[in-house]
Design a protein around this ligand. Structure first.
Ligand code: PEP
Ligand code: MG
Length: 902
């Protein structure tokens, strides 16, 4: 009789009551078992206890009211359906008790098999299995072992040890050589181990076994490894697991039984076909433990044709039903096939694109759904060259994967040496403690950059990402000694010229040359592979899905580029303009001397002379960029970093001056320089004299840049091109700053542009929190806003962007204070809120205000969705992330259910 307890809340669902959409409640396994049951597939009968029951149990330490009665009722109906009773001495029903959370957490939680066996029912089981004593006692010993370990925390090694002892007494390594008597002896040994550790006998009551097993599965949600896994995979900690109580079926009843796993397509390449493994006369745990070697699934066709054909039929049906690659687990018990699990299978990035394309071809899904099934992180993976790693290569250090890709080359420690060796045609890796703007030439020449300090937004990381160059930053096990031209790591010394390999995706560093494979997807974006005529299913699928994303997206995608070459590449990658041209690198190299004169100017006219000399150089810079971006908007940001960054470092200069003074040399010039560097030294340069502040303090600096931009645009127009410059003022915090710059700029623009037809917009970055909060005022003086989310994050959180990631973010991630660095993915609640306020208030004050983002977040998949939701007009990101942003901008439309089409 079913329990009479009447409690409203439903905690237990029969498999026939659920479906695949109830994963929150029934977990992935339970929901899919229910779905298969409803499809009429052969699923062993059972029921699922909900995640809500688990949550309640974990919150209070006891089962919620009503749960016990509902389990009782479902068990009774299961017993009726099977015509057996749990643990019946003559003909026992046995069940497995399996965890199953919403998100797959493979092997992280517990499962107990063969619940219902005891000293009596083991005899009944043997009779049922055709007097198969061996099988029955083997099942019983497995129960004691799993139950002991899982439910009562008996150390697993003790069971292993007892098993090994029996095997060695028998002179064998194979479990299959143990006969029924051996296993009966093993059960005795296991029971002794159990009572030694628990102080009680192994429970003989089947219901008690079941209840304790259910409780143990609930508790396994908080097992240490499960907690760690969740943190790693960013699975919320409060979901809880469901518990599936399933009628046992046995794959270990003889040669006509067995167990296997299969995929409906190849999860590595996406190729169509049947992929799987089968192990005759075994249970699932034997496959996982790798005790015996499996055979390819196709061989089941020879062993048991009927089951094989039935399985193929079911797999085809599941694919059609789920409209996706499925993976399955099955068992054959004496020629009868049982489905134990299915789910939409995990796959590689390449397979994700290929399968999505195939399913569209097969008419199972439409292109919107195909777009939903892939993501930017997968596309990014496909765009980087990869190492072909084998066991020969072991990493010697691991840093932060700051800019993905794979690069090998000779180690160099200075920018100059990088340039020299690269000119000889050698691949080089530039190794520094950290990089600074002076390293730019070396970074351009190098195949990859390795630093021992700094995080994902350090100079090395940002610049390398901008160039699409591999970079590992913050590999702090590496001790870099630049003057000695060597570094040490793991007790080894690596000198200039030695070859190393760095993986910018994983952050791993290898000694020696690891072979690299180029990316076909990049070749396609570069235009060297024609998608219509290429026999590569991956490239074809990428082309098709990207085309659809472009048709869907509302956000435009621009690029951050400061050179003609970067602009050209980004355009090939689909950029629709430049969202951020940083002008600071234009003040380096052989222009340094002019910049020094500009900064140090004392005599009247000196500064003007330096600016006059810089003007044509800047004009040429902008002409090149406008040419490459002909017809598309180009946002040029006026100079941002503190000027002292363009002068030599203080310590080095002080030493040089002291040494020269000692030698009695004439150091008047150096002393003046030193005095200037001292004067300009700042404790917090990021919060100091930079951006608009610099423009307001150094007369003529911004004016020169504005003139160069306007003149370059006019010269382009005269040459028949279309330049669309947008001048952007950095680090504005108050509208008055912008108004002052604007007033001067407008005069210059009017004077230069005349009747050329060139239109120049003036706008600002929103990267200081005060600017975001006074956006309504600032919009009065700005034709556009571009969110500088790097600085907005830095100043919003008060995190120094160059230091904190390497310093303590690991602890914040460990504690779950955030799941991902806010420099990597926008912090929606805090920094995102500033963006939202500024967007709303800016547009309210100036309808039609153009809004974009140019911080690193512009190329981060999740952040792109946020910027879509907030209603920005465009995102701007480094050239290599342009395709990722295009894809995600399309996905954002599909996922918000929009039919937005540009
Ligand atoms: C920003 O702060 O987000 C930005 C784009 O400017 P930069 O990174 O050059 O400070
Ligand atoms: Mg900034």
């Amino acid at each position: 009789m079913a329990a009479q307890e009447t409690v409203d809340h439903k905690y237990v669902y029969d498999f026939s009551e659920g479906n695949k959409d109830l994963k929150d409640l029934l977990g992935g396994k339970g929901a899919n078992l229910a779905e298969m049951t409803n499809l009429g597939l052969p699923v062993p009968p059972g029921f699922t206890i909900t995640t809500e029951a688990c949550q309640a149990y974990l919150a209070t330490g006891r089962q919620p009211d009503g749960l016990a009665g509902q389990i009782e009722a479902h068990l009774e109906s299961l017993e009726r359906a099977m015509g057996k009773r749990l643990g019946d001495p003559r003909d026992p029903l046995l069940v497995s008790v399996r965890s199953g959370a919403k998100f797959s957490m493979p092997g992280m939680m517990e499962t107990v098999l063969n619940v219902g066996l005891n000293d009596q029912s083991v005899v009944g089981l043997s009779a049922q299995a055709g007097q198969n004593d061996r099988f029955a006692w083997d099942s019983y010993r497995r129960l004691i072992q799993m139950f002991g370990k899982t439910v009562c925390e008996v150390p697993g090694e003790e069971f292993e040890h007892a098993l090994d002892e029996i095997k060695s007494a028998k002179g064998t390594h194979d479990d299959l050589d143990l006969d029924a008597d051996d296993l009966r002896g093993l059960v005795d040994a296991y029971k002794k181990i159990f009572s030694k550790h628990t102080g009680r006998e192994f429970p003989q009551q089947p219901r008690e076994q079941l209840d304790l097993a259910i409780r143990a599965v609930f508790e396994s949600w908080n097992a240490e490894r499960a907690v760690l896994y969740r943190r790693q995979e960013r699975i919320p900690a409060d979901l809880g697991t469901a518990v599936n109580v399933v009628t046992m079926v046995f794959g270990n009843l003889g040669p006509d039984s067995g167990t296997g796993v299969a995929f409906t397509r190849d999860p590595a390449s996406g190729a169509q076909g049947i992929y799987g493994d089968y192990l005759a006369n075994a249970q699932g745990e034997d496959v996982v433990a790798g005790i015996r070697n499996t055979v390819p699934l196709q061989e089941l066709g020879q062993l048991d044709r009927a089951s094989y054909d039935e399985l193929l039929g079911i797999m085809a049906r599941l694919e059609e039903h789920y409209k996706d690659l499925c993976d399955i687990e099955f068992t054959i018990e004496r020629g009868k096939l049982w489905m134990l699990q299915t789910r939409v299978g995990k796959r590689t990035a390449a397979a994700a694109f290929v399968i999505a394309g195939q399913l569209v071809d097969e008419g199972l899904i439409d292109l919107d759904e195909a777009l939903h099934r892939v993501n930017g992180a997968q596309l990014a993976q496909l765009m980087f060259p990869r190492f072909q790693l084998d066991h020969e290569f072991q990493p010697v250090a691991t840093g932060i994967g700051a800019s993905p890709g794979a690069a090998s080359g000779a180690v160099v420690f200075t920018s100059a040496r990088a340039v020299e060796l690269a000119a000889e045609g050698r691949s080089v890796i530039l190794v520094r403690r950290e990089t600074n703007p002076d390293d730019l030439n070396g970074m351009i020449a190098a195949k990859g950059i390795l630093t021992s300090r700094g995080g994902k937004t350090s100079h090395a990381a940002v610049v390398a990402r901008g160039m699409g160059k591999t970079c590992v930053s913050g590999a702090d096990d590496i001790d870099v000694n630049v003057p000695a031209k060597r570094f040490t790591v793991a007790g080894q010394t690596v000198s200039e010229g030695d070859v190393i390999s760095i993986d910018g995706t994983t952050g791993k560093v290898y000694l020696g040359e690891v072979p690299v494979m180029p990316s076909e997807v990049v070749q396609y974006f570069e235009g060297s592979l024609d998608p219509e005529h290429i026999d590569n299913p991956l490239v074809r699928a990428v082309h098709r899905i990207m085309t659809h994303a472009d048709g869907k997206r509302r956000l435009a995608v621009r690029t951050n580029a400061d050179t003609g070459a970067d602009a050209a590449r980004a355009r090939r990658f689909g950029a629709e303009g430049i969202g951020l041209c940083r002008t600071e690198h234009m003040f380096l190299g052989d222009r340094r001397e002019l910049v020094e004169r500009l900064i140090l100017a004392r005599a009247p006219g000196e500064r003007e002379a330096a600016l006059a000399a810089l003007l044509p150089l800047q004009r040429a810079d902008f002409e090149e960029i406008f040419r490459e971006m002909d017809g598309l908007p180009v946002t040029v940001r006026l100079i941002d970093p503190p000027l002292h960054e363009f002068l030599p470092p203080l310590e080095q200069l002080a030493v040089n001056v002291a040494v020269a003074q000692e030698r009695g040399e004439d150091v008047a010039k150096e002393e003046a320089l030193l005095a200037a560097v001292r004067r300009m030294h700042e404790e917090n340069p990021m919060l100091g004299l930079r951006g608009v502040r610099l423009g307001l303090v150094i007369p003529g600096l911004f004016a020169m840049q504005v003139r160069a931009i306007a003149e370059a645009a006019v010269s382009c127009a005269r040459g028949g091109g279309v330049a669309k410059p947008e001048i952007m003022v950095p680090l504005v915090g108050a509208v008055q700053e912008l108004e002052t710059v604007r007033a001067e700029a407008e005069k210059i623009i009017a004077e230069v542009v005349g009747d050329s037809g060139v239109e120049v917009l003036i706008g600002t970055m929103i990267e200081v929190p005060r600017a975001a909060l006074t956006a309504g005022q600032i919009a009065e003086a700005a034709e556009f806003f571009s969110f500088g989310t790097n600085d907005l994050t830095q100043m919003g959180w008060g995190f120094s962007r160059d230091d904190v990631e390497g310093a303590f973010f690991w602890r914040y991630l460990e504690l779950g204070i955030f799941g991902i660095s806010p420099f990597e993915s926008i912090d929606r609640d805090g920094v995102g809120r500033l963006v939202r306020i500024a967007a709303e208030e800016g547009r309210a004050a100036r309808p039609g205000l153009k809004l974009g983002v140019c911080g690193e977040h512009g190329g981060d998949p999740d952040s792109v969705h946020f910027f879509h939701e907030v209603g920005l007009d465009y995102v701007s990101c480094s050239p290599f992330r342009v395709p990722v942003a295009r894809l995600e901008a399309g996905r954002a439309v599909v996922e918000t259910g929009g039919s937005d089409s540009r």
